[in-house]
Design a protein around this ligand. Structure first.
Ligand code: NAD
Ligand code: UDP
Ligand code: UDP
Length: 343
């Protein structure tokens, strides 16, 4: 084994305020699975910027090389096309395990593949972490709370999830992934970290993602009506991606296993979100009501007291400041798309 255990390397070199380095003085080497996706690519940028060596593993199901192209040629960056459902041998200090489609449209597209990614993919990454003594962080989700009967949701809430519904490949898949992480932690001594991520938005989201923020923003730019599902009174809490990335790194570096809710507690109905999108992009945008999807949670809002207290983390970017930060990225990509079609 080339790499030392995470805690060992930290004990030797990882002083506060310095770039974390691995054993024998070399830079910390980190794997990010799903690193070509929306959240993963922002995380990779942060890790590269602070001087780490980063290996991305991605099968490009929803991720894109464009999200990482600015790092091609950087000797500290490596991209491997690989499906986490298959085993892999690597020598690293930390594993950020993000690989999994996150948009309901994408994860329902091939539900069996989604649950295989969550179960077999997470098992392989935990097996890897165990073999090399790496620290492992799982990006779980607020969907483990299902259609919650407690509001806001605390980490102690066990959730209200339909085990046989259309969303269960994702929410039961993530619940199993959390179970696996805790069993490797208790049974094999793997250092694990669990984040429960609430709805996150920002540049590099897929245009055809199907999630509400990307849909509304793309629709407003294309001068199409904003599609509100159901009566639009259901709520979500929207976190800007840089806040999430800061939270993930704080969790990985900290001493607590979790789970930790990482989200912005600002709660909006979908109709309120539509209003903010109108204010930001086009006040003349109209709304079109569509039937809602099955098992759609009625409300969702994180209680983040645990992350505030133990990780010293809280989100800094409110929706009205974060939304404009994704608009120019969407405008450019929609323009390129139109030019590609010869429009
Ligand atoms: P995304 O779809 O943009 O990124 C997922 C990445 O994983 C993509 O690059 C995709 O190609 C890759 N991938 C999928 N299956 C894979 C497989 N079998 N092998 C290798 N790579 C695979 O999604 P995202 O929004 O960046 O989400 C990242 C993680 O955060 C996911 O685990 C997701 O469940 C979690 N999460 C995200 C949100 C959110 O609002 N964005 C909320 C809760 C949880
Ligand atoms: N695994 C992997 N890379 C490694 C070590 C393990 O992909 O470096 C995979 C391995 O193929 C197995 C899974 O992780 O499918 C779980 O490994 P573990 O050693 O915990 O269990 P076992 O192989 O004994 O079932
Ligand atoms: N939604 C909507 N219009 C859209 C897409 C989604 O009104 O074009 C609603 C959806 O019904 C849900 C909420 O927005 O109540 C958030 O959906 P999303 O798919 O973004 O994420 P979820 O939190 O359901 O995983």
């Amino acid at each position: 084994v080339v790499s030392g255990g995470y805690s060992k390397s930290y004990g030797l070199e990882g002083k506060k305020g310095r770039i974390p380095v691995g054993i024998s003085g070399r830079r910390l080497r980190i794997v990010v699975t799903g690193g070509a996706g929306f959240v993963g690519s922002h995380l990779v940028d942060k890790l590269i910027a602070r001087g780490n060596d980063v290996i991305v593993i991605d099968n490009f199901f929803t991720g894109r090389k464009e999200n990482l192209v600015h790092l091609f040629g950087n000797p500290r960056f490596e991209l491997i096309r690989h499906d986490v459902v298959e085993p892999i041998l690597l020598e690293v200090d930390q594993i950020y395990h993000l690989a999994c489609p996150a948009s309901p449209v994408h994860y329902k597209y091939n539900p069996v593949k989604t649950i295989k990614t969550n179960v077999m993919g997470t098992l392989n990454m935990l097996g890897l972490a165990k073999r090399i003594g790496a620290r492992f962080l799982l990006t779980s989700t607020s969907e483990v709370y299902g259609d919650p009967l407690e509001h806001p949701q605390k980490e102690t809430y066990w959730g209200n999830v339909n085990p046989i519904g259309e969303r269960s490949c994702y929410d039961e898949g993530k619940r199993t992934a959390e179970t696996l992480a805790m069993d490797y932690h208790r049974g094999a001594g793997v250092e694990v970290r669990i984040a429960r991520i609430f709805n996150t938005y920002g540049p590099r989201m897929c245009l055809d993602d199907g999630r509400v923020v990307s849909n509304f923003v793309a629709q407003a730019i294309r001068k199409q009506p904003l599609t509100v599902y159901g009566d639009g009174k259901q709520t979500r809490s929207f976190q800007y991606v840089s806040d999430l990335v800061d939270g993930l790194v704080a969790l990985m570096e900290g001493e607590h296993v979790g789970p930790f809710n990482l989200g912005n507690p600002g709660e909006f109905t979908m109709l309120e979100l539509a209003e903010v999108v109108k204010e930001t992009i086009d006040s003349s945008a109209t709304i079109e009501y569509r039937p809602n999807t099955a098992d759609d949670p009625h409300k969702r809002k994180p209680d983040i007291s645990k992350a505030k207290e133990l990780l010293n983390w809280e989100p800094k970017v409110p929706l009205r400041e974060g939304l404009p930060l994704m608009v120019s990225d969407f405008q450019n990509r929609i323009l390129n798309e139109d030019e590609g079609k010869g429009m």
